[in-house]
Design a protein around this ligand. Structure first.
Ligand SMILES: O=C(O)C1=C[C@@H](OP(=O)(O)O)[C@@H](O)[C@H](O)C1
Ligand SMILES: C=C(OP(=O)(O)O)C(=O)O
Length: 438
């Protein structure tokens, strides 16, 4: 199927005939896999990623690192350990061209890495990547000593002229539009001559768990990181220069991608088990245990994994999602099926995600008969009886999974371009129909 016909294709979202009862093995975390790849590439010895996510965003990251001279061997481990990637670091090469697709992690985490390359690295990507904020990374790298050519908008496409090393040191960045600006600078920080001290200067910083994930993974790779939480200055992170260790890391399931499956249990009054749910994690998706419980479900961490049970009754919620913005589309879908209104707050920055998620959710839920209004920093959702129709997805994986959740409860919902879920969740339609026992 050509790209265009794949994008315009409509997938009839399965309508649930009863309560779901399933165990769903959710693929690995995008955010952990792409951080692990970057840290392994910058390490001073080979490392292993076990059960890595193989999706568009992580394959783009792996391909970019290969283009820069890093070797990544792929294989399957002994029984039960699944696939692995073995990452063999090397001197970073330019000239090279990196395709970021529409992956925030690739477009933000790799420019600092490529300042260490020995030649120019051109960055390009999907049309939407030209619109997503990158100024924080570009301006900060320039302030730290990098030479970067862009078209003056502080966005893609651009070329980083790697000079083999970067001086580093203190830098200010307004990361209110994306936490990934901070994560990007910290991840490469150990390899800068002076390390890096990142000071966030803007209004509220979103997605704090993702910054904690960056710090946690840096420390596990042997880096010394000072953080605001550890008694440091507010909004300041400091990474000391030093070698990174090669790790042997098993990637956790992607808890944000567990969301549609947990939502299925919630809206059908069923039960879904997600094996390997970590007992301790920095992933924002762990907040679903609390949010979906408040919306009417209950959950328990057992030896089998997370057991999530719905009652069939779904309540509205008033919640600040600034820390867990990527959960918004899935929560909005459930909220549209609830027995009371919801207010989702703290997520203005979602207007600059894969698509303008606040506009897209409003338009698509309302097109099915819903009553959603955009606020300055989120959504107000008043549940109404919904009807079938086409749910457009705007090349946004989380729009596609959100529409699919609505389709469980509303007959006749058709998802446009469900293949867009491959950004982070390979084989989503098969996982979904498997969950439904089809
Ligand atoms: O660092 C990461 O892995 C991510 C950080 C968040 O980005 P923003 O802070 O831009 O929302 C999140 O929404 C994205 O899905 C993944
Ligand atoms: C915002 C997201 O992705 P990205 O890593 O491209 O920013 C997301 O996955 O919800």
């Amino acid at each position: 199927m050509s790209v265009n016909s794949a994008q315009s294709a409509l997938w009839p979202a399965p309508h649930a005939s009863g309560a779901v009862d399933a165990t769903v093995h959710v693929p690995g975390s995008k955010s952990v896999t792409n951080r692990a790849l970057v840290l392994a590439a910058l390490a001073s010895e080979p490392g292993w990623l076990r059960r890595p996510l193989r999706s568009r965003d992580t394959l783009l990251m792996a391909e970019a690192l290969r283009t820069l001279g890093i070797e990544i061997e792929e294989g399957v481990g002994p029984d039960g350990t699944g696939e692995f990637w073995r990452v063999i670091p090397a001197g970073l090469r330019g000239p090279a061209t990196v395709d970021v697709g529409n992956a925030g992690t690739v477009m933000r985490f790799l420019p600092p890495v490529t300042t260490l390359a020995d030649g120019p690295v051109r960055f390009d990507g999907d049309p939407r990547s030209y619109e997503r904020p990158l100024h924080g990374v570009i301006d900060a790298l320039r302030a730290l000593g990098a030479r970067i050519d862009d078209d003056g908008r502080g966005a893609l496409p651009m070329t980083v002229h790697g000079g083999g090393a970067l001086e580093g040191g203190p830098v200010e960045v307004d990361a209110s539009s994306s936490s990934q600006f901070v994560s990007a600078l910290l991840l490469s920080g150990p390899r800068f001559n002076q390390g890096v001290e990142v000071r966030h200067t803007g209004s509220a910083l979103p997605s704090m768990p993702h910054i904690r994930m960056t710090v946690d993974m840096l420390r596990s790779a042997g880096a010394q990181v000072d953080t605001p939480e550890a008694g440091g200055e507010p909004d300041v992170w400091r990474v000391t220069p030093g070698a990174l260790l090669g790790r042997d890391l098993t990637i956790e399931p992607d808890l944000s991608n567990a969301q549609p499956f947990l939502a299925a249990a919630l809206v059908t009054g069923g039960r879904v088990v997600v094996p390997d749910w970590p007992l301790r994690t920095t992933q924002p998706g762990d907040r679903l245990r609390e949010i979906f419980t408040e919306m009417g479900g209950s959950c328990e961490l057992t030896d089998q994994g997370l057991v999530f049970t719905g009652t069939g009754t779904v309540h509205g919620i008033d919640v600040d999602l600034s820390e867990v913005g990527e959960l918004t589309p899935g929560i909005a879908a459930v909220a549209a099926l609830a027995d009371s209104p919801s207010t989702l707050r703290g997520v203005a920055h979602l207007r600059l995600h894969e698509t303008d998620r606040l506009a897209a959710l409003t338009k698509e839920i309302n097109a099915l008969g819903g009553d959603v209004t955009e606020t300055a920093d989120g959504l107000r959702i008043r549940p109404r009886p919904l009807r079938g129709g086409v749910f457009h997805t705007y090349e946004d994986h989380r729009m596609a999974t959100a529409g699919t959740v609505i389709g469980l409860a509303v007959a006749g919902v058709e998802i446009e371009n469900v293949a867009t879920t491959a950004k982070t969740l390979p084989d989503f339609p098969d996982l979904w129909t498997g969950m439904l026992g089809a």
